[in-house]
Design a protein around this ligand. Sequence first.
Ligand code: HEM
Length: 388
Amino acid sequence: MTCPFQRVLAPSGRPDPYPLYAELRATPVARQDDGTYVVSTYQEIVSLLHDPRVSSRRRDLDRTPAFIGLDPPEHDRLRRLAMRHFGPPRSPGRIDALRPQMQAVTTGLVDALAGRNRADLVEEVAYPLPVAMICRLLGVPAEDEGRFHAWADELIETLGPGEEDRAEREQARREVTGRFDRYLGDLVDARRHDPGDDMLSGMIADGEMTRDEIVRTGVLLLIAGHETTINLIANGMLTFLRNPGVLARVQADPGLIVPAVEELLRFEPPVQLISSRVALEDLTVGGVTIPAGSPITLALAAGSRDPAHVPDPDRFSLDRPRNEHLGFGGGVHYCFGAPLARLEAQIVLTELVGRLRGPRLVDDPPPYRPSPILRGPRHLVVDYDDVT
Ligand code: HEM
């Protein structure tokens, strides 16, 4: 029998990787044949997320990476300069100001489901809302939104993990990031002459980042804003429809959407794995010494269901008093977009739960997108009686 992590990566693992993660946790730090160390238990993942001897630095690029691929202090400087125009976590800022637009776009998307009895909630709701919002934040014109769908999909396919087809994936990644870079580069030049009330214009006006740094940051946010929240929303409806008791409670008490979204980030996390870390020195974790230079994969989705950390981890519960999950990572790279993602998911799921009458899944499991890293349904087709 192949090792559980290889089965997580295989397409057959996509619909339900959780029993495989449970097997994986029996060896908290597991060396793969290609020399990668896969870490799958909560405490060990947290310790590595906070360990400065574990690097996120991308050394394989022909250019300086965006801040997700940098270590402190370069990372911290660029993240801080971008955060200035985004609104720090838990403070009102650009994100809160977007709330009325977010609600209006969502209402429009759900209105469009009326007059028929079947919809694909991925294509029609979960994808368009996050895209519209990240484009508005950055200052990407609405008429360009459609251009990124295929680009973003292609990029996700190049993420790996695994060493076998690395050269081929790198080539594909260079081509598609080139397209994003050229698009954002032209937009930065346009905003320099004709500024707006958006993040790109703000970063340009500060005068503290080079043109390249602004372009890289813009591309990072555009991609992160595309490929993650879509899965949170789709996984959310899927989980509600599989658990009618949960759906009924959220319908009866819309305030429960807040713990529901938190539990989704634990139970069906859109980012399952972080596969981009490298040990800078020999380091010992969970009794295993990871040699300097080894690639490390952090199985966030396995850690968030670790029974040593969460009681009854395979049950979706709205009543967890403290929900400490790894859905947004941790340490210096903790998700930059977390307040935006949470708000989008809360608004969309509230609207869907409140307005779709008699929703039911057409395919269970639904078809999944190929990536084991950013995991989510490709389509989520539901039948319903009516839209109120
Ligand atoms: C980082 C998850 C939405 C922007 C991360 C990381 C995770 C994550 C796990 C850590 C990556 C690492 O340590 O290497 C998610 C999930 C989302 C989401 C589950 C939706 C449900 C967003 C959105 C944005 C965003 C909407 C854009 C506004 C970023 C950025 C980083 C990041 C820029 C890198 C932060 C850094 O390196 O300091 N995200 N994310 N994310 N996320 Fe998100």
